[in-house]
Ligand binder design. Structure first.
Ligand code: ASP
Ligand code: MG
Length: 439
């Protein structure tokens, strides 16, 4: 069995819902994981923020505006009175539910209940539309099987057992539709896998059922070798390993949720990135087999903060690094990149929430310097130890750009370079010209 995941733009309008049908309607059984319609989760987040600020009237207004949008999608999508009535009832049920929550007190749990509506509506609309078209399908409610444990990690045992139970009652429907993103937490409450989490839902489901393949359908033909927003003539990468894909997903290539690589890697389930606008394009295939190449891709991650700690006490001392890490650990702030010398350590974080507290704690260990608006450029390629010629092309390409940190040797398949964000586009272009010259 395969798992297909469609993102928000793939279900972004009545027209896109229609275009989805030929992609899923064949005689093989599959689980179709859907995101909310494009823009919906953002709108629900905005409503929740207003709700949490006590601005319930404004929240209600937003809610009604979104309800109206959904009614107009339904009017366009359904041809029969029966199915458009059912769709409108469903839409009203969900928006009445949200409006009802606004009369209660704000809580994180109520917020998560609101955020879950987008996927609940999109999946029901597809199910109704298929029914109207005469195609059998079945809804598998994600809240009946998708669950995270106390650390926020997928509870595979629970997921597998409950998904099995949900699927046991199937007759001969080939298309099983479920919600991405939403789940239950360890208390059984409605929760979610964080923004962009539908990709993660798809690979968790793929791993739980031992799927033959997970297909992530978006609006671009797979991972590109550079960022198409800034660089002309990028091209799709046809094959990546799980490790390479994880680096690219983490370092800025927005196409895939970084956590979603893990479940697939764990169970060696191939992941294929496909383009709904160009379905015949083979896209990118991610497997454990993919062969390394000198250079495969470049990606950039903004919003990076570099923290430098200098102390003569570090000289030949032990335990110093441990004390630095303890500071970041106590403020639950992950470190991305790190470079060291005998008397100084530079490291980067992308979470500024506790920056003032972190600086204060680090000042007890040495002099601290902080710089914001930094970008990590990640080059994915073959950097296995023992390889000769340590990537001279990268540094030739960047010879007019101040390089502030380099991390080489941390991984077999990537090199990370820190630069000022203002130099990002120039760096991406220079790397593209050097590493992927036009053939
Ligand atoms: N709808 C959710 C979001 O916008 C999940 C997803 O699209 O993957 O974050
Ligand atoms: Mg996404």
């Amino acid at each position: 069995m395969k798992v297909y995941k469609f993102g928000g733009t793939s279900v972004g309008s009545a027209e896109r819902f229609r275009a989805l049908v030929p992609l899923i309607n064949d005689d093989t059984q599959k689980i179709v994981v859907l995101s909310a319609m494009a823009g919906t989760t953002n709108a629900l987040v905005e409503m929740s923020e207003l709700f949490s600020d006590g601005k319930t009237n404004e929240a209600r207004k937003k809610c009604e505006a979104l309800r109206k949008q959904y009614h107009s999608v339904a009017a366009e999508l359904f041809a029969s009175v029966t199915w458009s009535d059912r769709a409108n009832d469903l839409i009203n049920e969900h928006f009445d539910y949200i409006a009802g929550l606004f009369s209660r007190e704000y809580s994180r749990h109520n917020e998560k209940r609101i955020l879950a509506r987008g996927e609940l509506i999109s999946t029901a609309l597809l199910h109704f539309f298929l029914s109207e078209t005469g195609i059998d399908s079945k809804l598998l409610p994600a809240l009946n099987f998708m669950r995270i444990d106390k650390d926020g990690e997928p509870d595979y045992f629970y997921i597998r057992e409950n998904l099995k139970r949900e699927m046991a009652s199937l007759s001969d429907e080939n298309i099983l539709i479920t919600q991405g993103f939403i789940c239950r937490n360890v208390f059984g409450e409605t929760d979610n896998l964080r923004r962009g989490g539908s990709d993660y839902s798809a690979t968790i489901i793929g791993a739980a059922i031992g799927a033959e393949e997970v297909q992530i359908w978006t609006d671009i033909s797979g991972f590109h070798n550079n960022d198409p927003r800034y660089v002309a003539n990028t091209s799709a990468i046809r094959e990546l390993s799980f490790d390479e894909a994880a680096e690219l997903a983490y370092f800025g290539a927005k196409i895939l949720h970084p956590s979603s690589v893990n479940p697939a890697r764990l169970k060696k389930i191939p992941v294929r990135l496909k383009n709904t606008l160009d379905p015949s394009d083979e896209g990118t295939l991610i497997t454990s087999e993919s062969k390394p190449e000198d250079y495969k891709a470049v990606a950039a991650k903004d919003g990076i903060i570099v923290v430098r700690i200098r102390s003569d006490r570090m000289l030949q001392a032990y335990g110093f690094m441990g004390r630095i890490f303890d500071v970041f650990e106590s403020f639950k702030t992950p470190i991305d990149m790190i470079t060291t010398s005998e008397v100084a350590v530079s490291l980067t974080i992308d979470e500024p929430a506790y920056l003032p507290e972190i600086i204060k704690a680090l000042e007890k260990l040495g002099t601290v310097e902080v710089e914001q608006e930094q970008t990590i450029i990640c080059v994915v390629g073959d950097f296995r130890t023992g390889r000769v010629g340590s990537a001279p092309e990268i540094f030739e390409a960047l010879d007019t750009i101040p390089v502030k940190m380099i991390s080489y040797g941390g991984s077999d398949n990537s090199v990370s370079i820190l630069i000022d964000t203002k130099n990002k586009i120039e760096a991406l272009k220079a790397l593209s010209n050097k590493l992927f010259p036009a053939k």
